[in-house]
Design a protein around this ligand. Structure first.
Ligand code: C2E
Length: 298
């Protein structure tokens, strides 16, 4: 039996080694292929945006959407952003891709607000590489002009790493914030920024990433950091949005902790544009019902 087990382990080991080598080779081949194809993706119209609804936590009122990019390539199929955004950043292609995202998302936001008489926000992920471009302010000004979106309906989601000691990032974000554009800090807690650093940053909102939210489901939710972060950030007059909310337990905890805004699979996954009409109509109906309840109560 021992011999048999040894033999099996060797076989598995061999196979494991074979698969490992093959994986690396395939991975490298895919990487080279992706880089070449990414170059042509905008002109070939291979990008698409999906939109994930964001809600005001207490009222469940639809407050807007986060735009999330998808790449549909006829040869390799669907590529998710985690796979190609790092490439796009390495190669600088994130700059034209990011401008395409901003223009597409803002045009849609303006169109929806006009069509439904709403005041929805559009959150757009911004790479640090984009902000560090000399003409970032002009890019945003042109997006506002071409799309017609109100500055206060545009939210730039900026990761903590963008703030690493680069002064012109701070100054351009400050000017944009003074112009009425909303700035949301994402990935908070992954870098060196502490709560007290936040008050020096030109931001309106902090996004609590899913790692903090998923802690709530652990056996001792009282150990989760989310509630203390919310109350400390609120003391600085900064709003919070929780991302990646998946369960009723997380939702209840966040409501109790006074979190301002929420998004996650518990409500909806990111959806293609054609599904937004249904979500907005449902949101309007729920809002009207809520208004009636409030009026009746009081
Ligand atoms: P992110 O900004 O943190 O976006 C949230 C990610 O979590 C999205 O993945 C979303 O689909 C996913 N998500 C949403 N709700 C839930 C949930 O309840 N549970 C779980 N487990 N996941 C949830 P996605 O679309 O794959 O995007 C991944 C990341 O790629 C984004 O993270 C963002 O950093 C980046 N990204 C996406 N679109 C863009 C873009 O247009 N520009 C830039 N620069 N980055 C982008």
């Amino acid at each position: 039996n021992a011999d048999k087990a040894m033999y099996k382990a060797k076989e598995l080991g061999k196979n494991g080694y074979y698969f490992f080598n093959n994986d690396i080779k395939e991975g490298l081949e895919r990487k080279i292929k992706l880089e070449t194809m990414l170059n042509n993706a905008i002109s070939n119209q291979e990008f698409e945006l999906h939109y994930q609804p964001q809600y005001e936590a207490r009222t469940r009122r639809l407050r807007g959407f986060e735009a999330l990019i998808r790449w549909n390539n006829p040869e390799v199929g669907l590529v998710m952003p985690m796979e190609f955004i790092p490439f796009a950043e390495e190669t600088g292609l994130i700059v034209p891709i990011g401008s395409w995202v901003l223009n597409t998302a803002c045009k849609l936001c303006h169109k929806l607000n006009k069509a439904y008489g709403l005041n929805l926000n559009m959150s757009v992920n911004i790479s640090p590489i984009q902000i560090k471009q000399q003409d970032f302010y002009e890019v945003i000004s042109q997006v506002l002009e071409h799309s017609g979106i109100e500055p206060s309906n545009l939210e730039l989601e900026v990761p903590e790493s963008a703030f690493n000691g680069i002064d012109n990032v701070l100054s351009v974000l400050k000017v944009l914030k003074d112009d009425g554009i909303r700035i949301t800090l994402t990935d908070f807690g992954t870098g060196k920024l502490s709560i007290s650093d936040l008050k020096k940053l030109p931001i309106n909102m902090v996004k609590l990433d899913k790692e903090f939210i998923h802690e709530i489901d652990q056996p001792r939710p009282q150990d989760a950091l989310a509630e203390s972060i919310i109350s400390l950030v609120h003391k600085l007059n900064i709003e919070l949005i929780a991302g990646g909310v998946e369960t009723k337990k997380q939702f209840d905890y966040l409501i109790k902790g006074n979190c301002d805004n929420i998004q996650g699979y518990f409500f909806e996954e990111p959806v293609p544009e054609k599904m937004l009409e249904g979500i907005i109509t449902k949101g309007i109906l729920e809002n009207e019902a809520l208004t009636r309840v409030i009026q009746k109560a009081g």
